[in-house]
Design a protein around this ligand. Structure first.
Ligand code: HEM
Length: 274
């Protein structure tokens, strides 16, 4: 039988918004501009850009979830954090494609992009700041850029974890004032009273169901972040070994140190305490 199911499709977009117009595909697909003729450079650019797009979504979801938590609106915030987790999983999946690039393939174009490195990813730093891993040094590559202001605001604002602790306090679990009113630009310091508060949540899950669910969602986000870091590290090691990074760090040793970062310390402690 002849297929006519597509015959009613719209085909004149000379005066209408088309798929490509709406998605700005001209700009998007123009943005892959290899600097060499090396076959694998296109892959390298695409995998970075795809991850930056996922980061864009993660920032959108995280900032909205944080605003909701601040208002005490938990369920929709949890839904957004679930989406953050899915996007993180997609980012981690990208390494599968990138590992088809061998060290020899990479050396064909590595020289071309000079000192450029993911170390200078503004969105990655913003996500780290939103999640509480605040290191002011990391803002330096962005000093000349308009987005510097947003990084600075995030540095001085409460992180996702700070907002979660405020919520715990508002729900009657005692969080000390030195934690609630701390200097947000400083790295978070674990506090025994915070561990006690989470312990109460985990011991009385029915009473604190929302907070319990929030806690597990935070652990999901941190676990996914760790996976991303680990997969990145492994991809880096198999591609450049122990060479210095193009961004100027020690490379693998630097990335290995980053694996030690703990975002939500008491949520990990509570597992031992239970
Ligand atoms: C073969 C591919 C890759 C290699 C060899 C590589 C190498 C490195 C190295 C050596 C560093 C440490 C900083 C420096 O350059 O000195 C770094 C950091 C980073 N890379 Fe990659 N990378 C690769 C792929 C990617 C991809 C696809 C992304 C996705 C966006 C990415 C994102 C990052 C980020 C965000 C950092 C900063 C991490 C931090 O400061 O904790 N990298 N990369």
């Amino acid at each position: 039988m002849k297929d006519t199911t597509y015959r009613t499709a719209h085909t004149d977009f000379s005066r209408e918004l088309s798929y490509g117009d709406y998605l700005r595909l001209d700009a998007l697909l123009e943005a892959q501009q290899p600097l060499t003729k090396a076959h694998d450079e296109v892959l390298f650019i695409v995998v970075h850009q795809v991850q930056e797009l996922w980061m864009k979504l993660i920032i959108h979801e995280l900032t909205s979830a944080m605003a909701l938590l601040e208002e005490g609106v938990v369920d929709p915030a949890l839904k957004m954090l679930s989406r953050v987790c899915r996007a993180q999983e997609q980012m981690s999946q990208s390494w599968e494609v990138l590992t088809t690039m061998t060290p020899a393939d990479y050396l064909e174009f590595r020289w071309a992009f000079g000192k450029a490195s993911g170390f200078q990813s503004y969105q990655y730093r913003l996500i780290e700041f939103l999640l509480g891993n605040k290191q002011p040094f990391m803002m330096r590559p962005h000093r000349h850029r308009p987005e510097y202001g947003r990084l600075e605001r995030a540095l001085h604002s409460p992180s996702l974890y700070d907002l979660s602790l405020r919520l715990l306090h508002r729900r009657g679990l005692s969080i000390p004032s030195e934690v609630l009113a701390r200097d947000f630009a400083q790295p978070y310091q674990p506090h025994p009273a915070v561990a006690e508060a989470w312990l109460a949540v985990y011991r009385q899950t029915e009473r604190y169901w929302e907070l319990y669910y929030l806690a597990e969602k935070l652990v999901d986000v941190e676990e996914n972040f760790r996976r991303w870091r680990f997969n990145h590290l492994t991809t880096v090691e198999r591609t450049i070994g122990h060479k210095q990074g193009t961004g100027g760090t020690a490379g693998v040793p630097y990335l290995r140190r980053a694996l030690e970062v703990v975002l939500f310390p008491e949520l990990w402690q509570v597992r031992t305490l239970l």
